[in-house]
Design a binder for this molecule. Structure first.
Ligand SMILES: NC(=O)c1ccc[n+]([C@@H]2O[C@H](COP(=O)([O-])OP(=O)(O)OC[C@H]3O[C@@H](n4cnc5c(N)ncnc54)[C@H](O)[C@@H]3O)[C@@H](O)[C@H]2O)c1
Length: 336
């Protein structure tokens, strides 16, 4: 284990941020979660972490926290996360993701925080090759991906000018649950929780968008990476930034699963028939998006511990079946 650090986790009341906070605490670090609760849940913040309710765009609040004691690292999850919505409300995404992140990065530089880890995304890629490596062409197909790419690029200037060490971690589809912590997005748009909501009687069926793609069963193939594997990668990245000043890694499973495969495994795990309705393709969906995570595997020794689709769905089902309304403060949307 590396040195004990004092770490600020923005968005730590959200899905991936809360599970990563648990992993950072387990690794012996001190953690302050900084979250406005615009989407997150107070109940998701692990015991043992400090909690500050404030917005990442609030420089005065950041100065108070970062000025109160020396932080060694910031792990930045807080963001608006829906690619579809980003095409309806681009301004909201540029403001919350790009502008607010720049406020945070400036505050990090002003308070001499040496390490910064960014939640980036597979949406930065043009998405033509499979598996995608970090050197593939960057050409976001939506505003969400563009906002993340802009922050990655901004971070590199802060590295050059201020010596800020950063890691950009490009996640593919985060999934699964940790004990007592799982997905509770509102609205939910991710395939596994939506499918499990059918098994819970919260929606009638699951829509399969496009069944004529050039894939073995005609449905889109995506890379699903377990949230606890993502959390481990953040712990490794924070440590590695002691030596290295710029890290860019894909975080994926390397194995893609089709929409039909996910629904079938969900049927097996839940024992529910989960009706699926074939629907038209959605514009902008690539047939296959699968990550090569060889770089982080080779450089930091990270490898997914939960690559099996069944294990992923079982862990998600454990969470959703015991928390059908998510965290106490959250009510699921009515059946579609
Ligand atoms: N879920 C995925 O599959 C996925 C894939 C790729 C990248 N990501 C990225 O990972 C990160 C976490 O995603 P998630 O699924 O855990 O989302 P989430 O919505 O569960 O968590 C985001 C958290 O950030 C907080 N937040 C948002 N804007 C804020 C602001 N301005 N100030 C303070 N807090 C704010 C929310 O309250 C929420 O708790 C995001 O940056 C997202 O873009 C997620």
């Amino acid at each position: 284990m590396g040195t004990k650090m004092n770490i600020l986790v923005t968005g730590g009341a959200g899905y991936i941020g809360s599970v990563t906070t648990v992993a950072l605490l387990k690794a012996g670090h001190e953690v302050t979660v900084y979250d406005s609760l615009v989407k997150g849940h107070r109940a998701a913040v692990p015991e043992g972490a400090q909690f500050v309710q404030a917005d990442v765009g609030d420089r005065a609040a950041l100065d108070e926290v970062l000025g109160g004691r020396q932080f060694d690292a910031i792990v930045h999850f807080a963001a608006s996360i829906e690619a579809g919505e980003s095409m309806q409300q681009p301004g909201r995404y540029f403001r919350n993701n790009t502008c607010n992140s720049l406020v945070l990065i400036e505050a990090a530089a002003a308070h001499s925080v040496g390490r910064f880890v960014l939640s980036s995304t597979a949406a930065v890629y043009a998405g033509k090759d499979s598996p995608l490596s970090e050197d593939d062409r960057l050409e976001p197909a939506n505003v969400y991906g563009q906002t993340k790419l802009m922050i990655e690029q901004g971070l590199d200037w802060y590295r050059r000018i201020h010596g800020l060490h950063y890691a950009a971690l490009r996640y593919f589809n985060a999934c699964g649950a940790a004990p007592g912590r799982g997905e509770a997005h509102s609205p939910e748009t991710h395939l596994i929780p939506l499918t499990l909501q059918v098994a819970l009687g919260q929606r009638e069926d699951i829509k399969v968008f496009g069944t004529d793609y050039p894939t073995p069963d005609g449905t889109c193939i995506r890379d699903y990476i377990h949230v606890e594997d993502l959390a481990t990668a953040h712990v490794l990245a924070v440590d590695a930034l002691g030596e290295r000043d710029a890290l860019t890694y894909n975080l994926g499973n390397g194995a893609g699963f089709s929409v039909k495969e996910v629904v079938q495994v969900a049927r097996e795990v839940t024992g529910h028939s989960i009706p699926a309705v074939d629907s038209d393709r959605r514009p902008g969906d690539a047939p296959i998006l699968v990550a090569s995570s060889e770089r982080i595997s080779h450089e930091l020794g990270w490898n997914p511990k939960f690559p099996e689709l069944r294990t992923i769905v079982e862990s998600a089902w454990k969470w959703h079946s015991t928390h059908p309304r998510g965290y106490d403060t959250w009510s699921a949307p009515p059946p579609a």
